[in-house]
Write a protein that binds this ligand. Structure first.
Ligand code: NDP
Ligand code: 2IT
Length: 448
């Protein structure tokens, strides 16, 4: 069969079978639009239905999560776990707790995770999960009861050799702790490797909390170096102010950049002195307050409830909040202001139109599945440490992370060139390199 017709047929089937899953359709379209050169070179992948199989999760779970709030009222949230692909290892990917979570969003995240995890070169399959539960404004007791109820169902589907969740939006060390405690209680097993992102004090990996943000900056640094640039003296804007954003800011500063803005869903702060990371951590992680509280504590900073960080002049932009947050208008502003590089710390934060504008303008663009792969790669290092009952030093783990990011970067460039693109086409390179590793394993394992 003609490759384009094959890709179109897979697309049509997804649109027919999975109506309304807009983010999943978007993620699939982005990957499939890169795959024609790979399938032309490997017609056996067409004959064995690799693409069609990859677009259908091996298993998808939705479940009721009942819990009792502090007023004694019963609440019912909806939980998800999408076990997308186990071709390369146990399902691996985070849990997102956010009111926007639905099947299409979890499937998009799980689909991306397959290729991201393959790119890291580690033995991890792809999965994702979460719930439409909003931790913001909830007491510790409510979050604990929710996590316990969530794990009471999830425990029968996960395991260190089966499926290994971690954090994502709304799930950090606190939630991982409560989830782990309930898993341990139900199973009567201290199975350290069943979850990653654990605190360093009990079986977590040094540098896991930092890994996604640091890795994104390493990836951006590698892209910039191909044009003789670096972070030193550069103006940087970061969206979000959660786990990924905070550590992206920290590493940008360590490399000599100046991050002048960051945001949350209520607005953004500008601080021409450079964002004070310790203050931001205190605001977000200790006080659990909104980003506006940063501006109230810092005389050089101002808060704006309107507009985005992308309207500010900058050399480097690191979107680290959520999907589709950087749209056409933002991309136009960034290009007009002469941005050199955009690296996605979040998953799919740039709309397809924005990505096209970056390509047309020759802006270096690192797609999330490559640029933010350092988080899950360090999760795989955490699994490795747990299996060996070891704990490495921060320096040793960070140095492994830096090596992995350099390899992901060079793999994207080499693959893009090998398959007819320019080396700067990181989207093409990431999609094909990730796909080939998974497709090769699937071919060897038969039609399963
Ligand atoms: P956090 O929950 O720590 O932080 C999320 C940040 O994004 C917050 O500042 C939040 O603001 C903002 N945000 C979330 N949803 C929205 C929205 N709908 N509109 C505007 N802002 C929003 O999550 P992480 O930092 O862990 O995750 C950020 C991104 O990075 C996500 O796309 C995630 O999938 C991705 N990622 C995370 C990895 C990890 O290791 N944690 C690994 C790889 C990717 P507010 O508080 O106002 O909602
Ligand atoms: O999107 C992601 O890669 C994550 N949220 C991290 C997944 C993980 O298993 O560490």
């Amino acid at each position: 069969m003609n490759v384009r017709a094959h890709i179109d047929a897979v697309h049509a089937q997804i649109r027919r079978r999975d109506p309304g899953e807009a983010e999943f359709h978007q993620a699939v379209t982005e990957v499939l639009s890169s795959l024609a050169p790979a399938l032309e070179r490997h017609p056996e992948y067409v004959d064995t239905g690799i693409v069609e199989r990859l677009c259908e999760p091996e298993r998808q779970l939705t479940f009721r999560v009942p819990w009792v709030d502090d007023d004694g009222a019963v609440r019912v949230s909806r939980g998800f776990r999408i076990e997308f692909s186990s071709a390369l290892g146990p399902y691996k990917g985070g849990l997102r707790f956010h009111p926007s979570v639905n099947l299409g969003i979890v499937k998009f995240l799980g689909f991306e995770q397959i290729f991201k995890n393959a790119l890291t070169g580690m033995a991890i399959g792809g999965g994702k999960g979460g719930a439409d539960f909003a931790p913001r404004g909830r007491s510790d007791g409510e979050v604990m009861r929710f996590c316990q109820s969530f794990m009471t169902e999830l425990h029968r589907h996960v395991g260190e050799q089966t499926d290994v969740p971690a954090g994502d939006i709304g799930v950090g060390a606190r939630e991982i702790g409560y989830l782990f405690g309930q898993y341990k209680r139900i199973t009567n097993r201290f199975e350290a490797g069943v979850l990653t992102g654990k605190p360093v004090a009990w079986c977590g990996s040094p540098a896991r909390a930092e890994a996604t943000g640091y890795g994104t900056v390493y990836f951006a640094q590698e892209m910039l170096a191909t044009r003789g640039h670096g972070f030193d003296g550069r103006r940087v804007v970061v969206s979000g102010c959660g786990n990924v954003a905070i550590h992206a800011i920290e590493k940008s500063h360590a490399l000599g950049g100046r991050v002048v803005a960051c945001s949350d869903s209520s607005g953004y702060v500008v601080d021409e002195d450079g964002i004070d990371v310790e203050l931001l951590k205190e605001v977000k992680e200790v006080r659990r307050a909104r980003v506006a509280a940063y501006a109230q504590s810092k005389p050089t900073a101002r808060f704006s409830a309107r507009g985005t960080v992308y309207g500010l002049p900058c050399d480097i932009a690191l979107p680290c909040a959520t999907q589709n947050e950087l749209d056409r208008e933002d991309a136009v502003a960034l290009v007009k202001n002469g941005v050199l590089a955009v690296a996605e710390g979040a998953n799919m934060p740039c709309t397809p139109e924005a990505v096209r504008l970056f390509h047309e303008a020759g802006v270096l663009f690192g797609p999330g599945k490559a640029a933010n792969a350092g988080g899950v790669a360090t999760s795989a290092l955490e699994m490795q440490q747990n299996a060996a009952r070891e704990q490495w030093s921060f320096e040793q783990t960070e140095s492994r992370l830096a090596d992995i990011m350099r390899t992901v970067h060079s793999q994207c460039r080499e693959t893009a060139e090998d398959y007819g693109g320019t080396p700067d086409d990181y989207v093409l390179g990431a999609n094909i390199a990730g796909f080939l590793r998974v497709a090769d394993a699937m071919s060897a394992q038969g039609v399963v």
